[in-house]
Design a protein around this ligand. Structure first.
Ligand SMILES: Cc1ncc(COP(=O)(O)O)c(C=O)c1O
Length: 444
């Protein structure tokens, strides 16, 4: 940081504070992770200074000899990792990747079918105010009262509505999807099937989540979650996809550039290539399996304490706690209290949530980042204890102060509750100690 400190001390201070925050807290938002120094070196390199509009060996700017090689290398690593014949590595992030697929393969007004946002889907799977909800007609499948995806209802809805594309993807649903069932439903109505594996791509590589490749036509994924790469995304077309439409890859290439984007971020593409190199090591398989083992132990430990988990638990990397149903506090108050204790999670809606998105009933948390730090089952049991102790204490204080749900929406009241929590203060110290024992790694 010697250059940054001299050039821009103000920004350097912000960065130093963030390094400290990351080193002293548990990153338990399921979509976050800690990248290696090798990934960061690539992302922060001179590769970022170049314009590369177009695709390898077909660019609109000179000086491409190294960029053609790097983008080709990145593509080949990904094709090999997932066993797919086509990949586009240029999408700037997950939302633009999904948008590019829709732009390539749908016409405005076509029907899309995704998982409802409030039940675990993503905004780009058809939320009314998202591009996907504005330009396409959306229908949604849902989670049944038993907390499982209701595949039967999905099949009936697909038969009735005949969507052009079905999206199999989650952002807060904690159980693995059944891609075979998805493909049977898609085939029954001749729909395209896209898997948005943004959350679980690393788990798929590690063999700890079902592999969608044999079943779907298109796959999108971010590269900064369980893949443990830099911010970015990729779009893949499977053999099945090319069989359905041999032009699918060409259409997607055109939709990404020049359809939606200009110059690709080749520094990030280099970082993605490095992340896939790391993901090719046996250690990554162990990592991906440990993420799920950790999440299961965490979930079981929380359940033993009496917390209600949506869908009954997890067989992935993420857990959704029904906090309102368990302890009568909102996800928002719970997430803020845990932050005060050094445990970083996020508030989230739960299926059939009676409460609004800013003060939902749920709390979402996951294990990818703390597993990157080398934590295992024993630490999960410890963390579950801390989480429960803090939340229980907050619930008790809320009750003692006779705070209603409406009053809980007031930031000052929430701060007052959290300030009174001795557990939050106690756990914060213990979390720091744990973080010192499991420092963020520079190398995987
Ligand atoms: C399933 C899914 N798709 C797409 C995205 C969007 O990714 P980004 O935030 O990189 O645009 C996310 C992000 O959380 C996601 O979970």
């Amino acid at each position: 940081m010697s250059f940054l400190s001299k050039t821009d001390p103000q920004l350097a201070k912000i960065l130093k504070d963030e390094i400290k925050r990351q080193n002293e807290t548990l990153m338990m938002i399921p979509s976050e992770n800690h990248t290696s120094e090798a990934v960061r070196e690539a992302v922060g390199s001179c590769l970022q200074d170049k314009y590369c509009e177009g695709y390898p060996y077909r660019r609109y700017y000179q000086g491409q000899e190294n960029f053609d090689k790097l983008e080709t290398l990145c593509r080949e690593r990904i094709k090999k990792a997932f066993g797919v014949p086509y990949v586009n590595v240029q999408p700037l992030s997950g939302a633009p990747a999904n948008t590019a697929v829709y732009f390539a393969l749908l016409k405005p007004g076509d029907k899309m079918m995704g998982l409802r946002l409030d039940q675990g889907g993503h905004i780009t799977h058809g939320l009314a105010i998202n591009y996907s909800g504005v330009f396409y007609k959306n229908i949604f499948y849902h989670v049944g009262k038993d907390g499982q995806i209701d595949y039967q209802a999905m099949a009936s809805l697909a038969k009735k509505e005949k969507p052009k594309i079905i999206i199999a993807g989650i952002t807060s649903f904690p159980l693995a999807l059944d891609f075979k069932k998805f493909s049977q439903i898609a085939e029954s109505v001749d729909a395209l099937l896209m898997a948005d594996m943004s959350h679980v791509a690393g788990l798929i590589l590690a063999g700890s989540y079902p592999n969608p490749v044999p079943y779907v036509h298109i796959i999108t994924t971010t590269t900064h979650k369980t893949i443990r790469g830099p911010r970015g995304a990729i779009i893949m077309v499977t053999q099945k996809g090319l069989k359905k439409d041999p032009e699918m890859g060409v259409k997607i290439d055109k939709a990404v550039f020049p359809g939606l984007q200009g110059g690709p971020h080749e520094n990030n593409i280099a970082g993605i290539a490095v992340a896939f190199k790391e993901a090719g090591k046996p250690a990554f398989i162990r990592y991906g399996k440990q993420i799920v083992r950790n999440a299961k132990v965490l979930a079981e430990s929380l359940k033993k304490k009496g917390l209600k988990l949506c869908s009954g638990g997890t067989n992935t990397h993420l857990i959704l706690i029904d906090l309102m149903g368990s302890l009568n506090i909102s996800g928002k108050l719970g997430a803020e209290a845990l932050e005060a204790a050094g445990i970083i999670t996020n508030y989230n809606g739960i299926p059939y949530d009676p409460n609004p998105p800013f003060f939902p009933s749920g709390l979402r948390l996951g294990t990818p980042a703390i597993t990157s730090q080398g934590m295992k089952e024993k630490q999960m049991e410890q963390i579950a204890d801390w989480i429960y102790n803090v939340l229980k204490d907050i619930s008790k204080i809320k009750k003692e102060l006779k705070v209603s749900f409406d009053q809980e929406k007031n930031k000052i009241i929430r701060e007052k509750i959290i300030k009174k929590s001795r557990e939050a203060k106690k756990v914060k110290v213990l979390v720091r100690k744990l973080c010192r024992r499991f420092p963020i790694k520079k190398k995987y």
